[in-house]
Each structure stands twice: as structure tokens, then as C-alpha cells.
Design a protein around this ligand. Structure first.
Ligand SMILES: *Cc1c(COP(=O)(O)O)cnc(C)c1O
Length: 434
């Protein structure tokens, strides 16, 4: 399988090249040359397959011969070493909990898969030069990436985050690992962090001496393994023999786009719902056909505060850029913080289930769709554990009595960061030492 750039002005590359580069030289996103079709026998027998078997079969066409079967099996076994439970909350409404990984975020799967693929390729190439993964984070990405790449040989991770603007748990996840992980605490906003990262990638005084790569959701190795969530859900819910609807709390649209890929590979899905917060570019686009991003609006579901979602070009490509075809599979709804909070409260009172703000947006989108389509069975994705968003959640549901193990482990750990205020301090880290 080869990958081409959606800007169409760069050469085709193999999977390993696409993973190492991240983005194509013409700044386009990589997209698989063809959409693999999984055989009828796979869909018929999926209930008998383990999650590792499902993952090997579904990922194999994408990695082609860049990873041998034994190594792929080892990688997915390691990546998927936690549960992906489906909890029925109401009749015909279930949540797929994607927060049981080491950083309690669904991004764990993509980050771990990418880390292990990259580690595999560097070893295969006998590369002795270290690769540095450089990322800016507003919260969840940094933790998942830090943890995913922790102690992977040949790779260093440098993370920039805005001082005082991530939650306590998120900060601990970024700053307490040590080893090959370095955290820069930037006196500024997430946009300042992002600007510094962009500048570093273009700074030849750094790139001449360090091989930099990114680990955001545009990387194919972070994007594609997310399609597995949908296959796991299909496996569990096939017995109901009802048309399935997936509602996905969406920001950069990587997760939902992976679900749509699973559908295009042969998985029966009636509809996808892209549930967004007050950043409404996509619902407006679905209504009008006009793509008009506005200024990003801050919300309590802050991992979805995105007004120009980077993966939406991939969603369009999956439907040959035809809005008519796309709208038969994709519905998009938006919800403000007021509605999100009310839903966290209501679902807690009625069903004794605690939603996180992102999951609450997903729940709302699902309920809106099911109202019009009562024949369907609905699944909304819970993308983060509510404990990561305590300031928004505790005023509604009260204090947490039992903290997850992943949080308890962090409690006694000491934060270790390099505080910076300006780009030159980041540059100095790369160019002055050694
Ligand atoms: C990243 C993130 C999202 C958005 O996912 P996309 O793939 O960018 O659409 C939703 N919820 C949480 C908790 C996240 O961390």
C-alpha cells in the first residue's frame, strides 16, 4: 500500500516513509492509495476473533510489507493491552469507553501504535541518529505521546505546554516521566507553543543537527489504528442486528474519519454523527457547503476547541469530495457548554453514569439523531475519563470517591520542567548542549 499527498504535489511513499515524515513535503496529508476491503468471512466471523486478531487483519493492508506479520502482532498486542468496554446506559444507547489506557485518553492507542511503528522502522534501518518527536499540547495529546514514546529506543520526545493552562492531572502526565521525555513549560498560550514548534521545524540550525518529527493526529500511524475501536464495537453489538449509529465527539476529526474508514472497508454503519462544541465549522459546512472557519471558541470540552479541523480533508476524500454522498453518512450537531453541563447532570441523576464534557457532547448528538431514527442502535464514544476534567465535573457530580489507578500512581510524582518564555530558549536547548 502506498500513500499519496492530498495536495497532490509530492511523491507517493510507503507506510514507513509516511510515518517518519508525518506530513508530505507539499504540506498535504497522506492518504492511502486505495481503501482496503476486508473479506466477507471477516465480517461473518468477527465475534470469534480476539481484538489482536481483528487488529492484525485490519491493519495489515495499511502497513503492507513494511512490518512483518510477527512484528505487527507484537506491536498490536502491546498497544491494545487494556479494555474497550461497551456500557449500555439506556435502551439502545451505549457508550464505548476509550479511556482505559495509561493516560485515560483515547489518544493512547494512536500514540502507542505510532511510537512502536517508528521504533520498529528506526531499528530496521539501523539508524543510529536519534529522532526527536516535537509536539505542542493543550492537554491530552502531550500525555498520550509522552507515555507512548516513553523509553522507546532511538527516540526523544520534547513537549511544549502552556503554563497554568492544563489540568493538574494532565500536567503530571507530561512532566513526571523523565528518561527520554522533556517537558517545556511555556509562559504563554497553546498558540504560542504551537508557533514555537512550527518555527523549530523550519529552523535549519536545528534541523541540520536534529531529525525532528511530529506526533499529531495527521500522522497516518496515529490516525488509522483508531478504526479498531469501531470494529470492536461492531463485534460486540452485531448480535442486536440493528442498524448502528456512531456519535463521535470531534475536534480535528481524526477519530471519526477512522470510523468512516472502517465503514468504507466494509463495516455496516447507518450513520456517523460528528458532535462538536461551540466550534461549529463542520455543522455549518454540512448545512451550506461553505467551509468557513472562524476564531476558535474556548469551551469545557477543550480537546475539541478546533475551528479548522485538520483531518476533514480526509473525511471528504473518503467520499470523493462529494457533499451529497457525504451527507448520507454524516450528520453534525453542535452543543454549547450550558447544554453540556446540563447533560452531565441529567445522565448522572438518571443513570448514575458520569460523562466527561467531551462524551456529553457525543451523547447529545446521538440522542438528537435517534429521536429521528428510533430504529437504530446508538453508540457514543467516551474519549476521556471524567477525572481529567475535575474543575468542570465536580461542581455537578461532587467529589470523586475512587480515583483510577493511573491517577493514583501520579499523585506522589514530582513535576520536572524547563520553564521558557521565548523561542530562543527552545532553540538553545537543541543547539547549545552537547
Ligand atoms: C483529541 C480529543 C477529541 C477530539 O478527537 P479528534 O480525533 O481530534 O476529533 C475528543 N475528546 C478528547 C477527550 C480528546 O482528547
Amino acid at each position: 500500500m502506498n500513500y499519496y499527498s492530498l495536495n497532490k504535489k509530492a511523491p507517493m511513499v510507503s507506510f514507513d516513509e509516511a510515518v517518519i515524515r508525518g506530513i508530505a513535503p507539499d504540506k498535504g496529508l497522506y492518504f492511502p492509495e486505495e481503501i482496503p476491503q476486508l473479506p466477507a468471512s471477516f465480517w461473518e466471523n468477527i465475534e470469534e476473533l480476539s481484538k489482536e486478531e481483528i487488529a492484525c487483519i485490519a491493519m495489515k493492508p495499511f502497513v503492507g510489507d513494511t512490518i512483518d506479520d510477527a512484528s505487527l502482532k507484537e506491536i498490536v498486542t502491546d498497544v491494545l493491552s487494556f479494555d474497550f468496554p461497551i456500557i449500555e446506559i439506556e435502551d439502545q444507547v451505549a457508550t464505548l469507553e476509550l479511556f482505559h489506557g495509561p493516560t485515560l485518553a483515547f489518544k493512547d492507542v494512536g500514540a502507542r501504535f505510532m511510537a512502536r511503528c517508528l521504533g520498529h522502522f528506526l531499528k530496521q534501518r539501523n539508524q543510529t541518529e536519534e529522532v526527536t518527536v516535537l509536539v505542542a499540547t493543550s492537554g491530552d495529546t502531550g500525555g498520550a505521546v509522552a507515555r507512548g514514546f516513553y523509553k522507546v529506543p532511538g527516540i526523544k520526545v520534547v513537549i511544549l505546554y502552556p503554563s497554568g493552562k492544563v489540568s493538574d492531572i494532565q500536567e503530571k502526565q507530561l512532566t513526571t516521566l523523565g528518561e527520554n521525555i522533556t517537558a517545556f513549560e511555556v509562559d504563554g498560550t497553546f498558540d504560542d507553543c504551537q508557533a514555537m514548534v512550527k518555527r523549530a521545524f523550519l529552523d535549519t540550525e536545528i534541523t541540520d543537527v536534529h531529525q525532528l518529527t511530529s506526533a499529531n493526529s495527521i500522522n497516518v500511524a496515529r490516525w488509522l489504528p483508531q478504526l479498531l475501536y469501531y470494529l470492536f464495537a461492531y463485534k460486540a453489538l452485531k448480535k442486536h442486528q440493528k442498524p448502528l449509529v456512531f456519535s463521535v465527539p470531534s475536534g480535528n476529526f481524526g477519530n471519526i474519519c477512522a470510523g468512516m474508514m472502517a465503514h468504507r472497508m466494509g463495516m455496516p454503519v447507518q450513520q456517523f454523527v460528528a458532535a462538536v462544541n461551540s466550534n461549529t465549522t463542520i455543522p455549518r459546512f454540512m448545512q451550506s457547503g461553505i467551509y468557513a472557519p472562524t476564531k476558535t471558541v474556548p469551551t469545557i470540552s477543550n480537546a475539541m476547541d478546533v475551528s479548522d479541523p485538520s483531518n476533514f480533508v480526509r473525511v471528504l476524500q473518503l467520499f470523493e469530495n462529494d457533499l451529497g454522498t457525504l451527507s448520507r453518512k454524516l450528520t453534525s450537531y453542535s452543543y454549547c457548554d450550558l447544554a453540556t453541563r446540563a447533560t452531565v447532570r441529567e445522565v448522572h441523576e438518571k443513570h448514575n453514569y458520569i460523562l466527561d464534557p467531551h462524551g456529553a457532547v457525543g451523547y447529545l448528538g446521538l440522542k438528537a439523531y435517534l429521536k429521528e431514527h428510533p430504529e437504530a442502535y446508538g453508540i457514543f464514544l467516551e474519549t476521556a475519563h471524567p477525572v481529567k476534567f475535575l474543575p468542570a465535573i465536580t461542581p455537578i457530580v461532587g467529589d470523586y470517591k475512587t480515583l483510577p489507578e493511573q491517577v493514583k500512581e501520579l499523585m506522589g510524582e514530582k513535576k520536572n520542567t524547563l520553564k521558557i518564555t521565548a523561542y530562543n530558549q527552545l532553540k538553545g536547548y537543541f543547539t547549545l548542549k552537547e
